[in-house]
Design a protein around this ligand. Sequence first.
Ligand code: FAD
Length: 456
Amino acid sequence: MKKRLIVIGGGPGGYTAALRASQLGAEVTLIEKGELGGTCLNVGCIPTKSLLESSQVWAKSRQWYPEATAREVPWSSILKRKELAVSQLRKGVQGLLRAGKIKVIKGTASLAGGKTVTVAGEEALSLQADAIILATGSRPSLPPIEGMNLPGVVTSDELLSIQSLPKRLAIIGGGVIGVELATVCSELGVSVHVIEAADRILPNMDTQISQQLKDHLEKQKVVFSLGKKLEKILEKGGGSLELSLSGGESVEADLVLVAVGRAAVLEPLQLERAGVEVVRGKVKVNAYQQTNQPGIYAIGDCASPIMLAHVAMAEGKIAAEHALGLAVEPLNYDLVPQGIYSHPEAAMVGLTSEEARNRGFDIEEGIFPLMASGKALVSGETTGFLKVIADKKYGRLLGIHLLAPHATEMISEASLGLTLEATIDEIIKTVYPHPTIAEGIQEAALAIKGQAIHLP
Ligand code: FAD
């Protein structure tokens, strides 16, 4: 008899788990309360990247061909282009689930104890399964600060569909979402002010990436208040908002984007009814995505230490395969690539220099600045660098950090290299095509040996 699997949540984690389980012959039901594709497709990865493509084309054409470019930002066309991509991809997910013979139920699911799931939707349902995968994702966090509920204070969910752009935007949080949306808005002519509590933007990235990207954004007129905490937001009249920061600084804005992190969506699940354990606001899982209750798994933003779509998808496959009896290898979180789609893009895989040293490695680093890249020069994008970190003893790659156009594409090669435990000698003997920005990865590896060709 076929095994019955229920997946709760139709984001990238949930639909990947459902599709993999169906490939393995299970009878799969997926329950989604909102839109298929979840955060990533509807208010996350895809809409932001559509806006970033549009804002870059706009900014570049204004810079290169001012005589041929309209004066007004075509914001409504930019939004339409984004919505078209989202609806097309949503239909794609629907089609894949249909082809996989997955039963999709619209409604809010909760656990009823054991392996029973109840659904509140057009009709109330009670379903039984052999295994359940929780994939309920996350939502924006709002810190408990005065003024968070004022009109004009929004999260990324609202900003991505806002009907008109503000003149002045304050962004609370210089993490990935804050930096990507600062890029979009500044390229479209909005005055952007980023407020970050840490002493640098993107605090988890390589320090040189944080510094150079900040310097570059400052040249695009983005203002930063680093090491500053938001204390309150007040209405000033005329639609203007005043933000009070620690240290007595104040910032005025027409719109405030709060981008300080995301919290797992757990409440509707009623986890306590099935005795599923929660730790620090997320479902507790082991390396196979199993919760403390047999046959109940959790994946993606509601459980994972890394809130990224490709992590949710990888965990979704692990959960589905484990639930259906396959031998699976746990995910190595050290090898998860991360990308920031700012202009230039930033991407990393593996360890930063500090992390590598803290783990006791004796390391060596090679850097290739984009100023020396012909391809970067013709693209008009010479800000950035490619950095290779290797262990001194065997030359094994430990981390690759990129600040460059197409960094989020190039990082895949680096991920493969780290997964295969490649060494700098193997990068050096690989033939890279010219002219490309990626050939700079080889130059960075050569720089470690003092043999770079295009560096003095
Ligand atoms: P989600 O995508 O959040 O999906 C969960 C789904 O579960 C939702 O559709 C929700 O409606 C449904 N649900 C919740 N509770 C219930 C219930 N009780 N019953 C039924 N359905 C329920 N990640 C990247 O890797 N790359 C990026 O470029 C990137 N950009 C981002 C940009 C922004 C602005 C944001 C906000 C996020 C971005 N992310 C990015 C993160 C990425 O979107 C998430 O990591 C990813 O969507 C997590 O997938 P998930 O399947 O765990 O959850």
